[in-house]
Design a protein around this ligand. Structure first.
Ligand SMILES: Cc1cc2nc3c(=O)[nH]c(=O)nc-3n(C[C@H](O)[C@H](O)[C@H](O)COP(=O)(O)O)c2cc1C
Length: 317
């Protein structure tokens, strides 16, 4: 086994560094570029339930508005005008990407209620996706809906998708639960083979002169990694599902921390958008040097060494 190899959702990976959903994974050429630069897997942009129900989705508009709100985002996100074009385009993207690259191509579905989109999970499987990530991104604004209801519905959905398809299934979850550990274990029981921590929510800002809510889209900061490391470490060794981190992974040391916390994959989006896909090569070279210097025989050996069940003093968590 080579120094950097990892395994996620039963899929062999040449390293623990992969690309999460972003405009970089929205075209076959983009995916090929990511593979060329050493990324071990890609997650496609999410297909949203609303897109499948043919309602107006607003995502495109939100993203475009966001990119205007931030000079930074505007310059790094030139491809937003064609981002996330809908169901037919999506299946075609999966098919063509699978023909062109050897790395796993993970599709992503965003759904919050059982519905026709379950059938879509089957179509995604038939199109040849290596795995499916269920993105549980939802902003619950109804004060009458309880946390228990929401969490039960999410678990039921994972169970239904698990029964509908046989491709490996991961769930990208939110950091906003009363008990992330309990939610993680529940999703694990429901059949999720991977838990991806965490979704990064678009945070509406206020235009205080026009008194309008402004959607913003900013790239992440490395400090966002900490909450993810914390909860990954807490779940490490306590769920069957493979753990993965997305959010704040920018440098090789961030990848080391993710793996030590117990993640089999560290996903990257913002750093690749900011520095270009070539950044992955530098990170991987530095990761290999780091392992060598600190006498780790493999990523596998390091995985989970800072997890809850591995550290001498779990109370530190
Ligand atoms: C422009 C843009 C588009 C994104 N689109 C999606 C998406 O469609 N589905 C999804 O699950 N995450 C999406 N994300 C979130 C990323 O996949 C990732 O989880 C998040 O940016 C945190 O990782 P980072 O700190 O490496 O950026 C998007 C992020 C960006 C910046």
């Amino acid at each position: 086994m080579s120094l950097l190899e990892s395994r996620y959702l039963g899929l062999p990976l040449k390293s623990p560094l992969a690309a999460s959903s972003s405009p970089l994974t929205d075209s076959v050429d983009g995916i090929c570029r990511l593979e060329d630069h050493g990324l071990a897997a890609v997650v496609l942009p999410s297909l949203f339930e609303e897109q499948l129900e043919l309602e107006s989705v607003g995502l495109q508009a939100d993203l475009s508005r966001g990119s205007n709100g931030f000079a930074e985002a505007a310059s790094f996100l030139p491809e937003l005008a064609t981002y996330n074009l809908g169901p037919d385009h999506y299946l075609e993207l999966i098919r063509r990407a699978r023909e062109r690259v050897e790395i796993p191509v993970i599709a992503s579905l965003n759904g919050t209620s059982p519905g026709g989109w379950l059938d879509y999970a089957r179509l995604i499987e038939q199109a040849g996706a290596s795995a499916l990530e269920l993105n549980l991104y939802a902003i619950e604004t109804d004060p009458l809906r309880t946390g228990v209801e929401i969490e039960t519905r999410q678990r039921d959905m994972v169970r239904m998708v698990r029964e509908a398809v046989s491709v490996p299934l991961s769930v990208k979850l939110s950091p906003f639960y009363s008990s992330i550990a309990n939610v993680g274990c529940g999703l694990d029981d429901a059949g999720a083979q991977g838990l991806v921590m965490f979704n990064r929510f678009y945070q509406p800002d206020f235009d205080i002169v026009e008194r309008e809510v402004v959607n913003t889209l900013a790239l992440s900061h490395p400090s966002e990694l900490l909450v993810r490391l914390h909860w990954t470490a807490i779940l490490s060794g306590r769920v069957r599902a493979d753990l993965a981190i997305t959010g704040g992974v920018h440098e090789a040391e961030d990848v080391v921390k993710c793996v030590m916390a117990g993640a089999r994959v560290a996903f990257m989006a913002s750093a690749l958008l900011k520095h270009g896909t070539g950044h992955a090569r530098r990170v991987l070279a530095e990761l290999a040097d780091w392992l060598d210097e600190h006498e780790y025989a493999s990523v596998e050996q390091m995985c989970g060494c800072m997890g809850y069940t591995a550290v001498p003093n779990p109370a530190a968590f």
